[in-house]
Design a protein around this ligand. Structure first.
Ligand code: FES
Length: 572
């Protein structure tokens, strides 16, 4: 097997000379062009993404590993999707970054790839991008930040922030306490330190076999993350001459294992969308019903916020994902291989749990089922998702009158209005939060509890939307309703006062309105104007698919080989 990079660098012709000459401007020795594997390091570092602030340093450790193993590292930047600063939502740009990764890898002389990611969509987009290009890849996620703590009081990341905000709105938290939260919840670089979307996606990458085992939960600033970064570089060089591509690793067996782990750790609802998108690119059949079926047979064993009590730092000390997979071994497909070519069966044969408070056994789980459920019914014919493990038990079977907000602005203008006709029995409904309507499915799905109810001590209500919610969020929030309201799904027809019935045990969500009434409303319905008329935003709203199939662009399905003649380096 010859190295792909040699098509750029080998020989005395004009093109190889151009390729080598410009790289020499950075001081590279001739040895670098002697036929050693070139390892691209795709880095989503940015000062605008604090969760990824340490990835520049980690890249140096990766390079050290690549050099040690006889490779040639070349780092390149990838647009960084930081959840906190980026508006309207990072999800709007996930598919764009996936395209950027895919095209960068195909267009550049890489024999293997290391990806560095952390904050939610940085990992999701990189995973999607590499799925579509057949270059051996070892992923490395950035690890969680140190646990949020003030004195002896735990402030579990963004989940702690949401809880504090509820207390502030209810008038039970002082300004000083609120300020203390700001200073103590993000104590270091690294992604959110609970089982939010970033920790979940890091866990999915590990469960899929796309990273070295044990790496997902190592805290961002722990020296062991630098060590595993160096090992990642070494592994990438070793993989360069193999067929160990993302397509070879992310098989149906690997997805089965990842979804099983998702349920066992009480992972984020966002993983349903991201895994679905990745699988569709690879041609792996992965319907919403598979998530639900595996949820019903997988015990929840990770006692981590928001479905449990502990933070990611504790989860690491307890054994992390290897320990979880060891517990689940009878539920996993043992033949799936990781980036080292090692099977799950072999990989988990020596692991153990160090702290039973944080990682329970399958015989003594936190819950006998996983924390996610897929709903269907007249309000969501193509499906919806609820993280019932983080919802109030008494709301899991609930019928109540809808209080409808036509869009986010309407919600913000009226949710705290003392005159709003709402009580704890109401079902809060938000429209126009889906892929097209948001646009980009913003994390609006945890609608705030109306202030007057929060002051009465109401902490949870049934909420329904076509938006997503942060993996750090909690509550009886029905999300990802498909089809979404902006394309005329039944959600578009809901009016204040309509009865909505949620039945999680039976997996249904229904709008209890006569068909004739709905037909009248549909005849009157008009689609909202597109959010964008030019640029990437226009491409997005014109091409994005619905949540139940991953909210990807349909034209990105499939894999394009890197030896596609369109990209021939000897011609161009
Ligand atoms: Fe980046 Fe939470 S804000 S992972």
């Amino acid at each position: 097997m010859s190295l792909r990079s040699q098509r750029w660098f080998k020989g005395p012709g004009l093109n190889p000379v151009i390729h080598r000459a410009w790289l020499r401007s950075q001081g590279y020795h001739s040895d670098m062009f002697d036929g050693r594997p070139v390892v691209g390091i795709a880095n989503t570092w940015s000062e605008t993404t604090p969760c990824n602030a340490h990835l520049r340093d980690l890249a140096e450790s990766v390079k050290q590993g690549v050099l040690r193993e006889g490779g040639f590292p070349l780092e390149f930047p990838v647009m960084s999707l930081g959840e906190v600063l980026m508006k309207p939502t990072t999800m709007l740009y996930r598919n764009l970054v996936a395209m950027e990764v895919e095209e960068s890898v195909r267009a550049l002389p890489f024999d293997a790839l290391v990806t560095l990611s952390g904050c939610d969509k940085t990992t999701a987009s990189v995973l999607m991008g590499i799925a579509s290009v057949d270059v051996p890849t070892v992923m490395l996620t950035g690890g969680p930040m140190l646990r949020g703590i003030s004195g002896t009081k735990e402030i579990p990341g963004a989940t702690g922030l949401w809880q504090a905000d509820r207390a502030r709105r209810a008038g039970t938290m002082s300004d000083d306490e609120w300020e203390e939260v700001e200073h103590c919840l993000a104590r270091s670089p690294g992604h959110c330190g609970v089982m939010g979307t970033a920790s979940t996606m890091a866990s999915m990458v590990e469960a899929l076999g796309m990273t070295l085992p044990g790496s997902a939960a190592i805290p961002a600033v722990d020296a062991r993350r630098r060590v595993i970064a160096e090992e990642t570089g070494i592994q990438a060089v070793r993989n360069a001459m193999t067929e160990r591509t993302p397509q070879a690793i992310m098989t149906p067996a690997a997805f089965h294992n990842a979804i099983t782990v998702l349920h066992a750790i009480g992972g984020s609802t966002n993983a349903v969308i991201h895994l679905t998108a990745v699988a569709r690119r690879l041609g792996v059949s992965l319907g919403l019903d598979m998530f639900d079926a595996l949820s019903r047979v997988t015990p929840l064993i990770a006692n981590v916020v928001p479905t449990g009590e502990y933070q990611m730092e504790d989860f690491f000390y307890a054994g992390g994902i290897p320990a979880v997979m060891g517990e689940l071994v009878d539920l996993l497909d043992p033949v799936a291989l990781d980036v080292r070519g090692v099977s799950v069966a072999e990989s988990v044969s020596t692991v153990s749990v160090a702290d039973r408070r944080v990682i329970r056994s399958v015989d003594d789980p936190l819950a006998t089922e996983g924390g996610l459920a897929v709903l269907r019914g007249s309000l969501c014919p193509d499906g919806a998702v609820i993280k019932h493990g983080a919802a109030s038990e008494h709301l899991l079977q609930h019928t109540g009158p809808a209080v409808v907000f036509e869009n986010r602005r309407h919600l913000e203008a009226s949710i705290d209005d003392p005159a709003l006709d709402v009580d704890a029995n109401s079902v809060l409904v938000l429209k126009n939060g889906g892929p097209v309507g948001g646009p980009g499915m913003p994390e609006w799905g945890m609608l705030p509890i109306p202030k007057k109810l929060a002051e009465q001590g109401v902490e949870d209500m049934v909420r329904v939307s076509d938006a997503r919610m942060s993996g750090t969020s909690e509550g009886a929030c029905v999300l990802h309703v498909a089809p979404e309201s902006a394309v005329g799904g039944p959600l578009a027809l809901v009016e204040t006062g309509d009865l909505i019935r949620l039945d999680v045990p039976n997996r249904t969500l229904d709008l209890l309105v006569d068909d004739a009434v709905l037909a009248d409303r549909r005849a009157q319905w008009q689609s909202p104007p597109p959010a964008f008329t030019r640029g990437f935003g226009r491409l997005y709203v014109e091409q994005v698919e619905q949540a139940d199939v991953g909210a990807d662009f349909g034209f990105l399905r499939g894999v394009t080989p890197v030896d596609d003649p369109t990209y021939d380096p000897e011609t161009y």
